[in-house]
Design a protein around this ligand. Structure first.
Ligand code: HEC
Ligand code: HEC
Length: 243
């Protein structure tokens, strides 16, 4: 009996995953309609995303605008909904998100999710000591601060655990610093129980270190949908995300 149960549970889990997968797909929106929003803005007057995030989602070397290319459609649409609901607040993005219809949100998320934005814009490398500290936090964590490694949740090489957890590899350091401080001070309210806690345990120096580290990480594997099975030190905490 017990012997037969395992495959059945596995089968049920697989079926559930398939359903989840399909519902994600259903919410994925239309890439070609999303392309038009990226290039021209929305019906209700949101500006073209390309003005700040570039048409390919790689944004620019200022680091003020996050890379959005290759983040999962679910993550991107969730952020846009968080901006419009106020869970996340930003003078530019809150207004822009409110000028997108729910369908336009799904469409533009689908469009940027399938973009690659490679090759990466070449950027100056960070201070070696800072990079080393960043690598430690990313891959090992820090017991003295009760910090688990970032990659426990963000996947091998910080390449993301689609659909809920974004990649950090190649993200602009200036943006990483900014958004971690938003969490630390309670302004970014999504994922309070995971990222809020993580950010509060980090010093400003730690934040600077992970940011310069992740900016220069390049993975051979695609950023999302990656099924890589590279060895991980410890299983990730199950992450329940607030809707
Ligand atoms: C005028 C510049 C500007 C324009 C135009 C713009 N954005 Fe943004 N976007 C930003 C900035 C700045 C941030 C970072 C905000 C923050 O720190 O929360 C951002 C953040 C985002 C994020 C969060 C990414 C992440 O990694 O969490 C998404 C998604 C996004 N923008 C999508 C869009 C879409 C889609 C459009 C077009 C409809 C658009 N943006 C237009 C400036 C812009
Ligand atoms: C327990 C799991 C967990 C751990 C550990 C974790 N993260 Fe996260 N992280 C998340 C989740 C979930 C999100 C998505 C939050 C959201 O939806 O807004 C996220 C999002 C982020 C973002 C936002 C990316 C973007 O594009 O806006 C940054 C930056 C980030 N994490 C950095 C880190 C760093 C640096 C560490 C290690 C010091 C770390 N995280 C450890 C779960 C985790």
């Amino acid at each position: 009996m017990a012997r037969n149960l395992t495959p059945r549970i596995a089968g049920a889990a697989l079926a559930l995953l398939t359903i989840l997968g399909q519902s994600c797909l259903a919410a994925q929106g239309d890439v070609s309609r999303g392309e038009v929003v990226a290039a021209q803005g929305s019906q209700k007057g949101a500006p073209a995303c390309a003005q700040c995030h570039a048409f390919n989602g790689g944004s620019d070397a200022s680091g003020a605008f996050p890379r959005v290319a290759g983040q999962s459609a679910l993550y991107l649409s969730k952020q846009l909904r968080d901006y419009s609901s106020g869970t996340r607040s930003n003078s530019l993005m809150s207004q822009i998100s409110r000028a997108l219809s729910p369908q336009e949100i799904d469409d533009v998320a689908a469009y940027y999710a399938q973009e690659k934005a490679t090759p990466f814009i070449p950027l100056r490398s960070g201070d070696p000591a800072l990079l080393k500290r960043g690598e430690q936090l990313a891959t090992v964590g820090d017991n003295s601060r009760q910090l688990q490694s970032c990659n426990n949740c963000h996947g091998p090489g910080g390449s993301g655990e689609a659909p809920a957890i974004p990649y950090l590899a190649g993200q602009y350091s200036q943006y990483i610093v900014f958004t971690l401080k938003e969490w630390k001070h309670g302004f970014r309210k999504s994922s309070a129980e995971a990222m809020g806690v993580v950010a509060q345990k980090m010093s400003d120096q730690d934040i600077a270190a992970v940011a310069v580290y992740f900016q220069q990480v390049r993975n051979a594997a695609p950023a999302t949908g990656s099924t890589t099975t590279a060895a991980q030190p410890a299983p990730a905490q199950p992450v329940k995300r607030k809707q």
